[in-house]
Design a protein around this ligand. Sequence first.
Ligand code: AMP
Length: 344
Amino acid sequence: MATGGRGALSLLQNYGSESEGDSGYTSEDEKKRKTESSSPHERKKKKRRAEEDEEMAVDHPSSSSSSPSASSPCPPPPPPPPSSSALETMMMESHNLSLSQNHHLSMDATSHIPPATRTIPLPRELLQGGEEHIDDPSQHQGRIRSIAHERGNWASIVYVPLHLGVFAASFASFIASLVAACQDYNLILTPSSDLHISLTRTLILRLHWIQPLTEDLRAKLSKFSRFSLWLHGLSVYVNEERTRTFLGIRVCHGRNELDDIVSDIDSCIAEYRLPRFYKDGSYHVSVAWCTGDVSESLRRLLPQLENICSQYFSVESEMRTFNVDSLLFRTGNRIHTIHLKADH
Ligand code: AMP
């Protein structure tokens, strides 16, 4: 039986480890700090970064939340509603954001922060200032970015991670057979590297929302009990920009529990005027994807793909069921684990 646990999204993959204790420092960054020039301009920049870092403190469940720089008593007032084009831009799907994995992280000027406080590393372009990010699709399997990099925006998502455990190899060969069947019809799909069930759209957060929202989500969601879900049936999904098509396995049992969780997530994020989950939300695990909207062609292949799916699940019947013990809230490079209650 596989259990919920880790399932790093391709969203922001490699942006950081799952550890909530990850400070984000790298030896590269250390070196950089040591050799940094101390011209007046640099000193000014350093001071500003130090101020920004103080703003970036987020809660760290395993450490005391009483750290002065981590405390932000109340959420900021909701921002003005974004213009419709900005909102559209925000409503990108998670996979496109994996492009941010190409951003190298760097931190600076944090030596004044108490050790219990963890900070989110800033993207290098934010530290350097003034440089425009030039996207290189060759670095991310040709995926098309749905949103331009914008300073101070933190791509975030709440999701159920799926652990495959000992079934990882057999599941990979099952996905490979789905991909091969599609290839026979000239549909070239790529297996998904991170299996998860999204419970939000990709949310674009302002830096100062992160801490209060994380606290809100933790307070609300940790009240839910653990549950199991059951996967059954394939569906085709297209992102909102119609730049990517996904083959997903739907959640069959467990939808009521997910509905309750999503309803609470939606009420948390509504305070920030962030987009709610799909009204006709179809919980699923995307197992393969390709660029462009090939939904029509892929849907035509569904009966054939369903056969492969049934065969696989008849052999590996345990792979249909997943225990959901925790939810993950990923924001920028940081993953917060929200454990569900063990009792009922
Ligand atoms: P995910 O694997 O969770 O990232 O989902 C893949 C894509 O499915 C996302 O880009 C969503 O925008 C898209 N999608 C389209 N319709 C739905 C729906 N009804 N429920 C959930 N996701 C959907």
